[in-house]
Design a protein around this ligand. Structure first.
Ligand code: TXA
Ligand code: MG
Length: 322
């Protein structure tokens, strides 16, 4: 086989029907897809990513009608949110149907479902005729891929195919909204903000990130060390006069003034959506052995900025190196 295994939509659908795993583009990040009904395909996803099986997968569908094939006891609130924000960067947690294997949900009685807006993702789901389980197509705990090349760099030799759908336009993983409790609850911030959920359902809760360094995970997927590059990354203001290592690089937001020659800008105009779309690509680009430290400037913790802050806090070392 050729590496990287670049693949067409038609070929990807065939591979998926045959139980293989294929990386596919979505508007948020690239996903590593497999038949959500087939435990052997799910096992291949966990193996390729070196992901522990206690971290459940998101099931991708290509129309709202398919929701009832994978979830049961679906409340009206799910259809209201789906009408408002699907297809798009929003995942809903709902009670699972028996046809969804335990491996997909890590034994939980609920399932995560998303209808992506990327036309290539939709074409692959439709042509395969399957709901596709797909976590982000990166090695466990690494930075999520926002280009097909990012996927090839991490996973090329481990998977059956990669479909190139261009750079992801959203650039950060979907918002996860649980509808299994009394109050709709945002479990992971993303481009669909809590305010947007509240606008449709009238109320919303936000689950604070539960994992703390050195403590056991209280819920799947909330590892504090997710999203870390190999090079230490520090998110936040650096104290005045602090002696930085010589090979420090910086990711700025708006204002690039300062002493670090290698500085990239998330958005010249301070546009949060542009910044979100560029963040992971910068993290991938700067994650080179010659760099000693990646600094990321503070970013306002509002709207989609909450998603950036959430990911960067997890990516960040807790203290600057002495
Ligand atoms: O944007 C996205 O959501 C991307 C693209 C590929 O669609 N996918 C993605 O998948 O980010 P992944 O595997 O990196 O994140 C899945 C997370 C889990 O770590 C967990 O936090 C949450 O979704 N999750 C999945 N099933 C769940 C469930 N039943 N209850 C609560 N959380 C769940
Ligand atoms: Mg992930």
């Amino acid at each position: 086989m050729m590496y990287p295994p670049w693949t067409s939509v038609g070929e990807a659908a065939k591979l998926l029907k045959a139980g293989e795993v294929v990386a596919i583009p979505t508007e948020t990040v690239y996903g590593l897809a497999g038949n959500a009904f087939e435990p052997k395909a799910l096992a291949k996803i966990f193996a390729a990513k070196e992901r522990p099986t206690f971290d459940p997968l998101i099931v991708h569908i290509a129309d709202i009608a398919t929701l009832a094939d994978v979830a049961k006891d679906i409340p009206d609130s799910a259809y209201k949110l789906a009408e408002a924000y699907w297809p798009g960067p929003m995942t809903l947690i709902l009670p699972k149907k028996d046809c969804i294997p335990d491996l997909c949900t890590s034994g939980l009685q609920s399932v995560a479902v998303r209808f992506p807006s990327h036309p290539v993702a939709q074409a692959i789901i439709k042509e395969s005729g399957l709901p596709l389980a797909a976590p982000s197509a990166n090695l466990f705990k690494h930075v999520s891929p926002t280009t097909a090349q990012h996927v090839a760099d991490q996973l090329a030799s481990r998977i059956a195919g990669i479909v190139d759908g261009g750079p992801c336009t959203v650039g950060v993983e979907s918002s996860i909204v649980s509808l299994t409790g009394e109050i709709p609850t945002v479990l992971r911030p993303g481009a669909i903000t809590p305010e947007m959920v509240k606008k449709v359902l009238g109320r919303v809760a936000i689950k604070e990130s539960t994992s703390k360094p050195g403590e056991a995970m209280q819920a799947p997927g909330q590892c504090d060390t997710h999203y870390r590059p190999q090079v230490p990354l520090y998110f936040g203001q650096v104290p005045e006069g602090f002696a930085l290592p010589p090979h420090t690089v910086r990711i700025a937001f708006g204002n690039t003034e300062g002493p670090i020659p290698e500085t990239v800008n998330l958005s010249k105009t301070g546009d949060m959506l542009e910044a979100t779309a560029k963040l992971y690509a910068f993290m991938h680009d700067l994650d080179k052995p010659e760099n000693e430290l990646i600094l990321v400037d503070p970013i306002p913790n509002e709207g989609v900025g909450m998603a950036i802050n959430d990911r960067l806090k997890r990516a960040s070392i807790k203290q600057l190196p002495k």
